[in-house]
Ligand binder design. Structure first.
Ligand SMILES: [Ca+2]
Length: 535
């Protein structure tokens, strides 16, 4: 599994890859069922036949057939298009290159399918959208005017916009939460740990003292998500007081305006040594590197007993389900030693902005109406539904407010929204002003409150690596170097935590990174970072 590359630009990307590993069902097709007459709103004359568009949508595995989601059907009807959805819930990475290389591409992509690197590799497939936006997209134009930084994020190095961005509601600054079982701490009479040594002692007690009281040593003291990504123990590298990962999935960071590659730092070496000690004593899930994302999620929601003591993840509810979640609490950042002020990763631009949520292909014979349709997602009313789901089902208008309704069908709030909306794969513009008028459900309000607990530990802005936009050539070069380097980092990260021996191998590992192009990689990053800083 480690050969799977994770290029995470957003939480969505991580999740879709995680889901891809679960081997869920593949492509589904659904007609929108939205036939009948349309108005001339499409600008194509008064034709009664809607324009048919073939759209590949790469979504979360929980998302229902898009043709069954009321807000999307309403939009299609208003614009005068009939969407033939090809919805991909897993395995997209394996299909993507074949589709892009074959030339048999759809009229448009939406969701998580396409990244900057795909656009530069298959540049003849994607249409520059700048003129179409100017002429046919008043809502997107408004977003760009009000939020110029999101326009900058969407603009490629050649000045063109190939993929549309989004701004989503109710976002914390940090993706990751470190959690601990409060009931177990109470049961065993333990203090909340604040240092690595204290954490070790707590995990040991969790393992040995049967805190879930079933007379079995079934406790998993500490667990994190498989693969490089958002919810791993790499977030603990801030325990040494220096670095915070940037949540790119590439384990990159910054310090005082300088690019940093975390896996070559002393802090990485020390963190891995510490984690090896925990692993070798059975305090870390022994399957942490071989489990897939759904197994990781299933362990913390074991229907019989709480078995996970401490873990990483998006939220308490997401990790433990609504019943167990109340037994857990946020664990504030641990210090490697007493006296160190730890850092916890945060990256507001990555948590609040999405890039590349939609593209139009050069094969599309109706780009104007396609752009009108895409722009329709960015109206206030569609944007208010974009994250939580359709009006009347998931959200209710009360005056100028949009109130998120409770989940149905026995689902938690997360599952309910992922089922009924594109969420982090969606097209929307939630302005700061609209954000306040969308009234969050309790679980989301709680997630934002938990984020605030970490705020005193967030890195200063000079220590957050911004989202950089590389030229095609530099991106291609970076991509080749990073493929080799990250493959080796993945192998050594797992191997050293399981087997130890990092100190003996450290220098030869650094030499290997160097021979794979580490200096050149850092040079490219620094060049764009300097440009970003206006140096
Ligand atoms: Ca037990």
């Amino acid at each position: 599994m480690r050969n799977k590359r994770i290029l995470v630009s957003t939480i969505l990307t991580l999740l879709v890859l995680a889901i891809a590993l679960t081997g869920c069902s593949g492509t589904k097709n659904t007609g929108s069922g939205n036939t009948g007459t349309t108005t001339s709103a499409n600008g194509q004359g008064s034709s009664s036949e809607p324009v048919t568009l073939r759209v590949i949508a790469v979504t979360h595995s929980w998302t229902k057939d898009l043709g069954e989601i009321p807000m999307f059907n309403k939009l299609s009807e208003e614009i005068g298009v009939k969407i033939i959805w090809e919805q991909v819930r897993s395995g997209w990475d394996e299909k993507k290159n074949t589709i892009l290389a074959s030339g048999d591409v759809p009229d448009a992509f939406i969701g998580w399918g396409i990244k900057d690197s795909d656009i530069s590799t298959f540049s003849n497939v994607f249409m520059p959208l700048n003129d179409l936006i100017d002429s046919y997209a008043p809502n997107i134009t408004r977003m760009f005017k009000e939020q110029p930084d999101v326009k900058a994020l969407a603009t490629a190095n050649d000045g063109n916009i190939y993929g549309l961005p989004s701004i989503i509601p109710h976002r914390p600054n940090s993706f990751n939460i470190h959690s601990i079982n409060r009931v177990w701490l109470n049961e065993l009479g333990l203090e909340t740990p604040t240092t690595f040594d204290e954490y070790y002692n707590v995990l040991k007690a969790f393992k040995e003292q049967d805190p879930n009281k079933n007379n079995k040593q079934d406790e998993i003291p500490f667990d994190w998500a498989p693969e490089r990504g958002l919810f791993t123990a790499m977030s603990m590298i801030g325990a040494y007081g220096n670095y915070a990962e940037d949540f790119s999935g590439d384990w990159t960071s910054a310090k005082d305006g300088k690019f940093v590659f975390l896996p070559e730092t002393e802090d990485f070496r020390k963190l891995v040594s510490y984690l090896h000690k925990l692993y070798s004593e059975g305090l870390i899930n022994q399957e942490v590197f071989t489990q897939d994302y759904s197994q990781f999620q299933a362990k913390s929601k074991d229907p019989e007993y709480e078995i996970v003591g401490s873990t990483m993840g998006w939220s308490l509810e997401d990790r433990f389900g609504s019943v167990y979640a109340k037994d857990y609490e946020v664990l504030l950042p641990l210090a490697a030693e007493k006296g160190i002020k730890p850092v916890w990763p945060a990256h507001p631009a990555r948590t609040k902005y999405l890039s590349n949520v939609a593209q139009i292909t050069t094969k599309n014979k109706n780009p104007e109406i396609t752009m009108k349709w895409l722009d329709g997602f960015y109206t206030e009313e569609m944007s208010a539904q974009g994250y939580y789901g359709s009006l009347g089902v998931c959200i209710e208008k009360q005056g100028d407010k949009y109130v998120v309704l409770p989940p149905q069908d026995g689902m938690g709030a997360d599952e309910w929204k992922w089922t009924n909306a594109l969420v982090d794969a969606g097209l929307m513009y939630v302005s700061p002003e609209l954000d306040k008028r969308i009234i969050a459900p309790e679980s989301i309000a709680q997630r934002v409150a938990h984020d605030a607990l970490y705020e005193p530990y967030f890195p200063k802005s000079e220590d957050i690596l911004p989202i950089l936009k590389f030229s095609k050539d530099d991106m291609n070069e970076l991509s080749i170097i990073k493929t080799d380097i990250l493959k080796m980092v993945d192998i050594k990260w797992a191997q050293w935590i399981i087997e130890g021996n990092i100190d003996a191998e450290w220098n030869s590992y650094l030499n290997q990174l160097e021979s794979m192009g580490l200096s050149r990689m850092k040079e490219i990053y620094q060049k764009y970072y300097d440009e970003y800083l206006g140096k």
